[in-house]
Design a protein around this ligand. Sequence first.
Ligand code: NQM
Length: 375
Amino acid sequence: MRQRAIPCWQFRGGSSKGFYFKASDLPADETLRNQVILHAVSGATGADKRQVDGLGGAHPLTSKVAVVGPSTHPDADIDYLFVQVVVGQAALDTSPNCGNILSGIGAFALETGMIRQTGAEARVRVHMVNSGNLCELVFPLIDGLPDYEGDCRIDGVPGTAAPIVCRYADLAGSACGALLPTGQPIDQFDGVNVTCIDNGMPVVVMNAEDLGITGYESAADLNQDEVLKVKVESIRLQAGRAMGLGDVTDKVVPKMSLVSRPRQGGTLNTRTFIPKVCHDAIGVLGAVSVASAAVYEGSPAHRVAELVTGPSRRMVVEHPSGDFIVDLDLDESTQPPTILTAGLLRTTRLIASGMTYIPQSIWPDAGETDSPSEG
Ligand code: NQM
């Protein structure tokens, strides 16, 4: 039987890479849409960790999807649903946001004509459907299309590109409903003090030394440390329930961040499991959540952090391949301070556009297909 063609764009978004679809090119029914995405990215069965039969790159950071549609929010220009295709598990997770894939949404919306802007600078307000939060993306334009070239360098990405300023408002409780989903800044699981926090991404923050490591090991070494991974997963399953996320066995949240003193002049140092693989850097909103955890006195992150004071705080989150700058604006009239906005820089690039193909047995095509074998 012939295959069905679906328009698809590939962008690098920040330090991730993903497949961007128009919502109108996918089934409206959510269950069928998920089957289509799983097949497109992971191939038949969806459970092959090499994803050899699909588009995915066999790693959580290259197994990501954006579904983009007209805005359903009065203060946004465009809707963005993030879908994490779980590598090797025939599962999708829409509980988290992804700030990296988000950084390509403005470019995608302009490239596909979903929105139009003029002038030297685009300002695209994105509604993150996963959580209901908003983010404004500001980036250079040429003749109404994104200017990708520039001199902004971000860790985890070779070369330089045009900067995308990402301004997030109101991230607290994105997936868990509250910034501190357990109601307090310190909890204990398996005898380890942790902060369960969700400022854009549910993360469990703990001191590396409490888990028996220094926190300066390479990501590759930590990925080989089976004893550590068992300890981290045990805490994750308990923390996930305590954060109201239920059984997180097959979910990609909460992420697990092991923090230690900074070594490169930053605020604090991190090694972050997303959630079973140690990130070579750190996720965007993961970094915002870890930086936010450091605001709480006595918390594991606060204990190791070199903090600046004042209502506008630059937090430099060190990670295995460099550092990530998060600018937090705080209202210090409350105790503890309230985190108002988070700002950061990303870059993006359109890599490819075309058709991806899925079997008609999954989603039958009413008419002719575009299968190239026809030609
Ligand atoms: O935290 C990794 C990434 C991410 C997610 C992850 C992200 C974010 O590096 O907003 O960007 O935590 O799975 O893309």
